[in-house]
Design a protein around this ligand. Structure first.
Ligand SMILES: [Zn+2]
Length: 322
């Protein structure tokens, strides 16, 4: 697909992914004689062919890209970094580091964490093969190191008109970029027609508590609501004009889902898996990791509000309403 102009000096290149979410966007930011790409598709030959063709149309050479900025660590956003010149600087948040380095100790910690968490969520042993693994990250994500760390309040080096905002929840490594004229490169925080999961992640230091990703994501949505955003360039889907309603709607839908889960517990559904299987009758098996993240996030929220209690029995968490 030809690159499409998404904003002044920003082109959108859409590349295919092997994931249920469908295609992903790569943004090419050009100014004077510099170019930066924001996100890097999945590590597949098909995605690379699309990006290469877009570079041809834009008159860019892959070895002359000044920087690659990654909004977050998910493999559909990092995979093509290895097709670029190895000296191309990579910008991103510090939480991106272990993913990009494919640190085997971190991968093991992640696997073990999810294995024991899945059991707590009520997933029987024979279902464990459906639960999240890091293999997709290792296979379709890029391998590299982060040269320049970015965090809340930073300006992007060489592209200082873009300000960085830390927007965790969908991913702990997630940053978004706001240009002084209101153009917002959102990553996966503000998707128009796709719901953005607050994906569970282990604590980055083993002594820490795991982050409450749904509550973080709601905070990130509220942060976006307070920014002077005019147009959104999302990680998936078309660019669109920003309206407060989009965020208010997402916040409301989460609240409604929370109520629904509360009622299911009241009706006698007791584990994360039972609730997930009831709510997502047709998709839970194919997307078990996302379903469990989605339900667990709301359960953590209900628990934080003090309206449900959890009791552990036989290694499994059982919920009841207060
Ligand atoms: Zn993502």
């Amino acid at each position: 697909m030809k690159p499409m102009k998404a904003a002044d000096g920003v082109f959108r290149v859409t590349v295919p992914t092997p994931f249920a979410v469908g295609p992903v966007n790569i943004f090419v930011v050009v100014k004077e004689n510099k170019a930066m790409i924001v996100d890097a598709g999945p590590n597949t030959e098909e995605a690379w062919m699309e990006l290469k063709e877009a570079f041809n149309v834009l008159g860019l050479k892959k070895d002359n890209i000044d920087a690659i900025l990654l909004t977050h660590h998910h493999p559909d956003h990092t995979g093509l970094i290895n097709y670029f010149h190895p000296d191309t600087p990579i910008y991103g948040h510090r939480r991106l580091i272990p993913w990009l380095e494919k640190d085997p100790a971190f991968a093991d910690q992640y696997k073990n964490y999810f294995r024991s968490l899945s059991i707590k969520m009520g997933v029987p042993k024979e279902f464990l093969e459906y639960t999240p693994t890091v293999d997709e990250y290792l296979k379709f994500g890029g391998l590299g190191s982060v040269h320049t760390l970015l965090d809340e309040g930073d300006r992007v080096p060489g592209f200082e008109e873009w300000q960085v905002y830390y927007t965790p929840g969908h991913a702990q490594s997630h940053i978004s970029l706001l240009r002084d004229d209101g153009v917002f490169i959102a990553g996966d925080v503000l998707l128009e027609n796709i719901s953005s999961n607050a994906i569970i992640e282990p604590p980055y230091n083993e002594s820490d508590e795991a982050p409450y990703t749904l509550l973080q994501y709601r905070d990130s949505l509220r942060k976006c609501l307070a920014l002077p955003i005019k147009s959104v360039l999302p990680g998936h889907g078309n660019a669109y004009v920003f309206q407060d309603d989009l965020i208010n709607q997402k916040l409301l839908e989460q609240q409604q889902r929370r109520e629904k889960i509360y009622l299911l517990i009241k009706e006698g559904k007791r584990t994360t898996l039972e609730i997930g299987m009831t709510m997502f009758k047709n998709s839970w098996k194919n997307q078990l990791d996302l379903v469990l993240s989605e339900v667990q996030g709301h359960l953590d929220w209900l628990r934080a509000e003090g309206v449900v209690t959890v009791n552990e029995s036989g290694g499994v968490w059982f919920y009841k309403t207060n």
